[in-house]
Design a protein around this ligand. Structure first.
Ligand code: MN
Length: 212
């Protein structure tokens, strides 16, 4: 099935996140789950105005669709494509530390990077059923959010810095039902602080541009 939306390549080799996340998990997650969202979205948008929109616009235009409607189905698949693209880029084997500007904001809004990671882990654990946990910024202020199913803060035009997938398919092969163990390993070893800092900067640029 070809269509306007594409399965973006992974930013790294499938085994680089081991042992925190196995190549087997990434393989199923990317080639089966993520690909299915892309293929389903392409089928759903065929001959609709959504076929000509950037992915972000599709998500934002369908976020308030009624449950059970065709538009809701488009929202769910479009958001899941965007969420997975964002998730892969949120992870790296070269985690390191938050760059200075972001580190200062983390210090100000959470107390320390450890406190932020604890908050992300707690929110990911608390999310009942499938969903996502996010680091966001609004007007430069950082926040942690959890969302259900396909929902993401971007749909409501909130700037996203990082995400972790807490659907069972993200961790079941490696940790079975133990979501907190997956969150702990991913947050301690794989957070892409460079990506988070770029996203934080992007909002700062947008705010400055709007003020000029
Ligand atoms: Mn997933």
């Amino acid at each position: 099935m070809s269509g306007p939306f594409e399965l973006a390549p992974l930013p790294w080799d499938e085994s680089v996140l081991e042992p925190a996340i196995s190549a087997r998990t990434i393989g199923f997650h990317y080639h089966k789950h993520h690909r299915t969202y892309v293929d389903t979205l392409n089928t759903l948008v065929k001959d609709t105005a959504y076929a000509d929109m950037p992915l972000e616009r599709v998500v934002q235009a369908t976020v308030n669709a009624k449950d059970g409607s065709d538009e809701k189905n488009i929202f769910n698949n479009a958001a899941q494509v965007w969420n997975h693209d964002f998730y892969w880029r949120s992870l790296t084997p070269r985690s390191g530390k938050p760059p200075q500007k972001l580190a200062q904001a983390i210090e100000r809004d959470f107390g320390s990077p450890d406190k932020l990671l604890e908050k992300l882990a707690a929110s990911g654990k608390e999310q009942f059923g499938s969903g996502w946990v996010w680091l966001t910024s609004q007007g430069g202020k950082l926040g942690v959010e959890k969302t259900a199913n396909a929902i993401d803060p971007m749909a409501k035009r909130i700037n996203c810095l990082l995400t972790l997938d807490v659907w069972e398919h993200a961790y079941y092969l490696d940790y079975q039902n133990e979501r907190p163990k997956y969150l702990e390993a991913a947050l301690r070893k794989l957070v892409n602080w460079t990506f988070a800092a770029e996203n934080f900067e992007r909002e700062a640029h947008a705010v400055r541009a709007a003020a000029e």
